[in-house]
Design a protein around this ligand. Sequence first.
Ligand code: MEV
Length: 437
Amino acid sequence: MTQAVVGFSKKNKEEKINWLLETYLDNDPKALKTLQKYWNEDAGLQKLHDDFIENTLSNYYLPFGIAPNFLINDTLYAIPMVIEESSVVAAASNAAKFWLSRGGFKAEVISTEKNGQVHFNFYGEVEILQDFFDSVQPKLLASIEDIQKNMQNRGGGLKDIELLIASETLDGYYQLHCTFETLDAMGANFINSCLETIAKTFETEAQHYRPFLIAETFPEVVMSILSNYVPECRVRAEVSCKIANLNDKDIDGKTFARKFVRAIEIAKAETRRAVTHNKGIMNGIDAVVLATGNDFRAVEAGVHAYAAKNGFYNSLTHAKIEDDTFTFWIELPLALGTVGGLTSLHPLTKLAFEILQKPNAQQLMKIVAVAGLAQNFAAIRSLVTVGIQKGHMKMHLMNILNQLEATQQEKEYAVSHFKDNTVSHSAVVNFVESLRA
Ligand code: MEV
C-alpha cells in the first residue's frame, strides 16, 4: 500500500517530482519529460508560476485567443479568451461580426455592491442582541479603520452593517450582513479582512456587555466570509435590430426571431435545457474571466445561484419580439477586478488588459456580459438553424487529426475534404486510413 507522505510541501521541486514518479508513475521517464517540457526556459517567469500555488510541478497550457470585432457601446474591442473548447472563440467572433453590422452591443452596469457575512450563534433574547448591536456599531467601524483607509480614500469601503435574524431558518442563527464597495478590485481579501476584524471586535465587546453577562448568554462567531452571491453587483448587455435585418441564407428573419425567442422560452421553462443553455453562456464568460486573471469559480457559483433566484433554475438570457424589432439581453451578477490578485502578476493577464484598452472593473463587467450574450446568440442561432454539430465538428476536426497523429499533408487533405463533407470521428478516421492505405 502507498504510504502517506510527510512534509511534502517542504521538499524542493526535484524531490517532489521524484517522489511522484516513484510512488505513482513507475519512474516512467516519459512522465518526467512531459512535466519538464512545459517548464518555461525563462527562470524568472517559471518562478512566478511556481509561486502561484503550492507544490507546482509544471505549467498547464490553455489556448489564449482573441475574438475581434466586438462593438460595445460604440467602442470596438478584440476580446481575449482562454478556453480549451474548439468552437467557442469562433462562435464569439461570428456573433461579434453578425452584430457589428446591426448596431453592436449595448451594456450598462446596474449596481456594484458586494457583500459578506459574520455568521454567529445566539440563544438569548433578540432584543438584548439588537441593543448590543446598535451600541457596538461605532466600535466595529473603528476596528477596521486601518484596513479600509486606502479603499475609503478612493471612494470605496464598508457601506453598511445589518443585523440579520436568521433563526427562523436555523435555530439560534444570526448574521452581521456587511455590504462593500471595492471599486476596481474584486475585493475578496479586503472584504474577508474587514469581516474577520469585525467578528473579533463583536465577540470581544460582547464579553463585556452587562446584559449578556447577567443572562450568561453570549453571541458566538462561527465564521466570517464574503459571499460570492452578488445580485447587487449586476450588469446588463443587449442587442437589438429590426427583424428584417435577421434574414440569413439559412433562414428568414421572421422565422429565425420566432424560433430564437421560443428557444429562450424553453430554457426558462425547463431546467435540463436551462443548464446547457447557461453552460453555453459561461463558455464566453469564463473564457474572458480566465484571460483577465479573475476568479471563474466565484463567477460560476454566483451566476448559477442567480439563475435559480426565483427558486427555479432557468435561463440567464431573455428575448422578445416587439412590433418589428427583435431584442435579446442578459442580466447577471459579476464581481470582477482589474487590479489586485492575479491581474497584475500574470504577464498574459496584463496583456489581456492592454488588449482591452485597460478597462476599469465596470467596463470589464460589460465586456464579460457581452461575451456571454454573444456566445449564447451564436449557440441558439446554430441550434435553431443548421444545428450545433456542423460548426462544432468543423472546429473539432483538427483535434481528431491530432489524436490520429496526422501529418501536415494529411491535415491539408482532410481540411479540404471536410469543407463539403460532414465531420464525425469515424468519418475522419476512415478518411485518414484511406489516405494511408
Ligand atoms: C457547448 O459547449 C454549448 C452549447 O451546448 C450551448 C447550448 O446548447 O446552448 C452549444
